[in-house]
Write a protein that binds this ligand. Structure first.
Ligand SMILES: [Zn+2]
Length: 368
């Protein structure tokens, strides 16, 4: 868009948009969104729309600074993991300290400039798993450390990591069977449950207050709703094309123009056009262009939320059992199961049942 908010049509933009949409159309993500749930007319995307409408939250308090040094923050996270399982705690300690031979650990601070962030992964050339973390001196930074530590524990067991030394054909065969999409989504289940338990732990240890925990829960819900909004926007845009966009049938300039015309009639015209521009950006990484990336957080949050509610209702012995199962999930299961299996393993019910339970919390008509 130009500075007057008018859409600038250029050939290059349409070409990029078409190419990126074709990639999106052919992905497991689109299949996931359009798969029927229980009844034929009920699809994942319809469910997400209803969920987006039902969640009413707009603002949250600000997460506060935390008065702990880096070493103290590491110690808190290690103590938390030890409360789950001694061995896992020891391993988290070695990863955070940079003494674990499987990991390249890189923890830095942005001195409060910008958000905390982290990632765990490996590129084809490295023999080690990268553990990258940027702290911002807030509760959010501490939370991120616990979140990424969960990914680290499951990554060192990942079949995908063992596959790194295999030829590409072998790797494709593996993902072809399992579905890359499922693998990515399962990964976020462990880290979101860990976040929930970790916040409880911090409150019990009086490192944070109940009010801090409430702010964390509100922020999580807002970002959940924002992720949903992005998925729905993208679906609105793609739905403007009645034929599937493929490499053989790219979007023409006239089709693109009529799409923009239709978008202009909608009440949320501006965010939608910005989204079109995002989707057409040639240089952005794929995960920024597409809401596909966001689905993992949606699934992780839904399962984690229902898991935490169940956990809090249970007596001590059952809680211990749930924690033991979670540890088994993180250390042994995440690389080998689909989202559906994860839901069955952790909560003994299907993803649809878990999602319906989550939804019922927000729908006033269903509320008891
Ligand atoms: Zn994560």
């Amino acid at each position: 868009m130009d500075k007057n908010g008018k859409f600038v049509f250029d050939e290059e933009l349409v070409k990029n948009f078409s190419k990126n949409c074709a990639m999106c159309h052919e992905s497991n993500y689109m299949r996931f969104l359009n798969q029927p749930l229980r009844r034929k007319d009920e699809t994942a995307i319809k469910f997400l729309r209803a969920l987006h409408r039902a969640i009413e939250i707009k603002s949250a308090g600000k997460e506060r600074k935390i008065d702990l040094s880096l070493e103290q923050q590491k110690a808190v996270v290690v103590e938390f993991y030890k409360s789950l399982n001694q061995e896992v705690g020891d391993e988290v300690k070695s990863i955070l300290d940079g003494t674990n031979p499987m990991f390249d650990t890189n923890i830095s601070s942005n001195d409060g400039l910008g958000q905390a962030e982290g990632d765990v992964g490996s590129d084809d050339n490295s023999k080690k798993i990268n553990f990258n973390l940027t702290l911002d001196g807030t509760i959010d930074g501490l939370r991120t450390m616990a979140h990424e530590a969960a990914h680290a524990i499951s990554a060192r067991n990942k079949t995908s990591f063992e596959l790194k030394s295999q030829p590409k054909a072998k790797r494709d065969e593996f993902y072809g069977f399992l579905g890359r999409f499922d693998v990515d989504c399962v990964g976020e289940i462990e880290s979101k449950i860990i976040e929930g338990l970790f916040m409880r732990f911090l409150v019990n240890k009086e490192i944070i207050s109940e009010a801090d925990a409430k702010i964390f829960a509100d922020i999580s819900l807002i970002s959940f709703k924002n992720d949903l909004a992005q998925i729905l926007q993208e679906d609105d845009i793609i739905a403007c094309f009645d034929h599937a966009i493929t490499e053989e049938h790219p979007v023409s300039m006239s089709e693109f123009k009529s799409m923009i015309k239709r978008i202009k009639k909608t009440p949320n015209f501006e965010p939608l056009t910005l989204r079109v521009e995002d989707m057409a950006a040639p240089t952005h990484p794929r995960e920024i262009k597409f809401a596909e990336y966001k689905v993992r957080y949606i699934i992780g949050q839904i399962i984690a939320d229902v898991w935490m509610r169940e956990y809090e209702k249970q007596p001590r012995t059952q809680r211990k059992e749930m924690k033991a199962k979670l540890v088994e999930f993180i250390t042994q299961k995440t690389d080998k199961c689909r989202v559906q299996d994860a839901s069955k393993f952790l909560l003994d019910r299907s993803l649809i049942d878990v999602a319906s339970e989550f939804y019922a919390r927000f729908d006033k008509k269903l509320k008891v």
